[in-house]
Design a protein around this ligand. Structure first.
Ligand code: ADP
Length: 238
């Protein structure tokens, strides 16, 4: 791997410092990962199923502990934080999942408001920010729809709106287009690019070559838990 591609070298926002993770059943999920991601970068983690993408994201969220090495976020060793510190750390990261994870009995507006209430945001902030993020993802006319009244692509747009509303420094999208057709996949990728252009670091995991081709950003390829390629623009090949 060329060091030239490890661009965010000076003061990375995210630094996997020689990180390995071996699960209890002895499966080696990631091995000697040294990866630096700068503030406002858009990085795709790509690789076949089982390559270690989700494990890396869980390590960053401090949901899993490394067997070796350190995960640094903004120079803080995330696994040395107290549980309160880890909760605060996770609030700096917005999550988007393949299966959306929306609250089915709440409307689009309420799904987002709920995420704001959880952080103690005021009613005035909620009234102002929820319509703003719904507009941002093109759901301005769907405030009062329930998830069951939204298409798959719209559900994922709502999930992105929820992920960004509390202004996290990073958005992690773990296989966000895994359940979507090509048209919706294209739209979701465009929205994630927009989120990135507004200044948020985006970390996207995917096994889908088409997604990466749409991105034209840095692509880190994992194979059997190791980084085998780190490319600036997308010329991704499995
Ligand atoms: P990906 O997200 O690229 O599909 P994962 O990070 O989920 O890959 O998995 C990487 C490897 O670690 C796989 O071999 C998987 O079986 C193993 N693995 C993942 N999670 C666990 C776990 N909780 N316990 C044991 N092995 C796991």
């Amino acid at each position: 791997m060329s060091q030239d591609n490890n661009k965010a070298t000076d003061r990375p926002l995210i630094h996997f410092d020689d990180v390995s993770k071996v699960y209890f059943n002895r499966s080696v999920a990631v091995k000697n990962i040294d990866l630096r991601i700068g503030s406002s970068e858009f990085v795709s983690l790509v690789g076949h199923s089982g390559a270690g993408k989700t494990t890396l994201l869980k390590l960053l969220l401090a949901e899993e502990k490394p067997s070796n090495g350190k995960v640094l976020f903004d120079d803080t060793h995330v696994h040395n934080l107290s549980s309160r510190g880890q909760t605060k750390h996770r609030r700096r990261i917005g999550m988007v999942f393949q299966d959306f994870r929306l609250l089915e009995h709440k409307t689009a507006f309420e799904n987002i408001a709920f995420a704001m209430e959880a952080l103690g945001r005021s009613d005035d902030e909620i009234e102002a920010d929820v319509p703003y993020v719904l507009d941002l993802v093109g759901l301005g006319d769907k405030n009062w729809h329930f998830p069951r009244e939204l298409s798959g692509g719209e559900k994922q747009r709502l999930a992105i709106a929820r992920a960004v509303v509390n202004q996290p420094e990073v958005v992690i999208a773990d296989e966000p287009t895994g359940n979507l057709d090509p048209v919706n996949t294209f739209e979701i990728v465009q929205i994630l690019k927009k989120v990135n252009e507004l200044g948020t670091t985006v970390l996207l995991s995917t096994h889908d070559k088409e997604v990466v081709d749409l991105l034209e950003h840095r692509v880190v390829t994992l194979e059997d838990g190791e980084v085998v390629k780190d490319q600036e623009a997308s010329s991704y090949q499995l």
